[in-house]
Design a protein around this ligand. Sequence first.
Ligand SMILES: NC(=O)c1ccc[n+]([C@@H]2O[C@H](COP(=O)([O-])OP(=O)(O)OC[C@H]3O[C@@H](n4cnc5c(N)ncnc54)[C@H](O)[C@@H]3O)[C@@H](O)[C@H]2O)c1
Ligand SMILES: [Zn+2]
Ligand SMILES: [Zn+2]
Length: 385
Amino acid sequence: MRTRAAVCTGLGEPWTVEEIDIDPPHVHEVQVEMAYAGMCHSDEHLRTGDIGAPPEILELMGVDSMFPVVGGHEGAGVVVAVGPEVSQVAVGDRVTAAFIPACGTCFWCASGRQHLCDLGISTLAGPMISDGTWRYHLNGQHMNRMTQLGTFAETLVANEASVVKIPGNAPLRAAALISCGIATGFGSVVDRAKARPGEIVVVAGCGGVGSGAIQGARLVGARWIIAVDPLPFKTEQAKKIGATHSAASLAEAMPIVSELSEGRMADVVVLTPGVLTGDLLAPAAMLGSKDARIVCTAIAPISQMDVQLNIFNLAMYNQTIMGTVFGSVSPRVQVPRLLKLYENGQLEIDELITREYTLDQVQQGYEDLAAGINVRGVVNFGTAS
Ligand SMILES: NC(=O)c1ccc[n+]([C@@H]2O[C@H](COP(=O)([O-])OP(=O)(O)OC[C@H]3O[C@@H](n4cnc5c(N)ncnc54)[C@H](O)[C@@H]3O)[C@@H](O)[C@H]2O)c1
Ligand SMILES: [Zn+2]
Ligand SMILES: [Zn+2]
């Protein structure tokens, strides 16, 4: 079938909308008509090469290049067709995209850690996880899809392991944002750092992911929530959803956190800037109290190795530095859980959608993100009822 998709054809190239060909779903695959797709920073990492495998790894994966690639991994839509042996969803079901597939049977899935499913290795680039063949084509050339998805397209064909069924009446616009950014930020605080009532939480980077983190902190009953972002617009928005204080940088947050904690400092520091760099670790650890949890949620350039950190203090302060993928919870648990909080009025999502775009405006959306004028941009495909 022919469909329209926002495609990046090479490193640093802009997102352009192309007519592409997608084959019908094979065994264990589903076809989804997209309703909304969120514009997460991770797609920008793909375009800039921060997320990109070296040639020898690509060769192992049977791929010549990360490009051309259909963008988008945050989104929601309705299943319109299923291939043979699909058991998780049926035609007519509402689903969200899951950027880590969950096979249900690998060691990690079987031990309750679906966010670490071994199929995650396939999400960098390559053919379908179902049978190793290619479903997407641009002028006869095989196409990669962002994390085995490609939500910046009117039609999505993915493995059923890459979608999460949500209730039939679930609001698709909110579900789209929950499917990556909000869930990842929320889980970073609640499920990874396991923040507790009365703790002090610092969130550095107040985009879509940071907005989930701030609300996670609010919902666990954090005493103070300090939003850090160089852009005043972002920290103003952060205060509307639960931040109690703000600062323009980690350094500027130091005296604020020190005063609020009577010198004890923050229990949790979550790093959610657009790009994670090694120089942020030292100030993040300095903001942390004894026994603090420092959560690295943002994505760093794939080849970056250098980190600045006072290791003496790390040990003597008994601190923990932790990474997280998808906030360290299964999307099948987190997405329905957060949808319920949204429906109860406890989780703000509509306020985070600064602008809606058409599919043709994806590049504009990312330029607006870079210009600092969006908390989240969302592609509205105009299909939701
Ligand atoms: N770990 C995961 O599973 C996972 C999932 C989704 C996204 N991510 C990553 O999380 C990060 C955030 O994503 P997003 O979509 O919210 O990005 P975004 O671009 O919407 O927001 C990032 C914010 O960080 C701010 N910022 C930049 N430098 C900063 C600094 N030094 N200190 C404080 N704030 C700073 C920017 O002004 C912006 O408001 C990205 O790196 C993204 O790729 C990781
Ligand atoms: Zn994302
Ligand atoms: Zn698995």
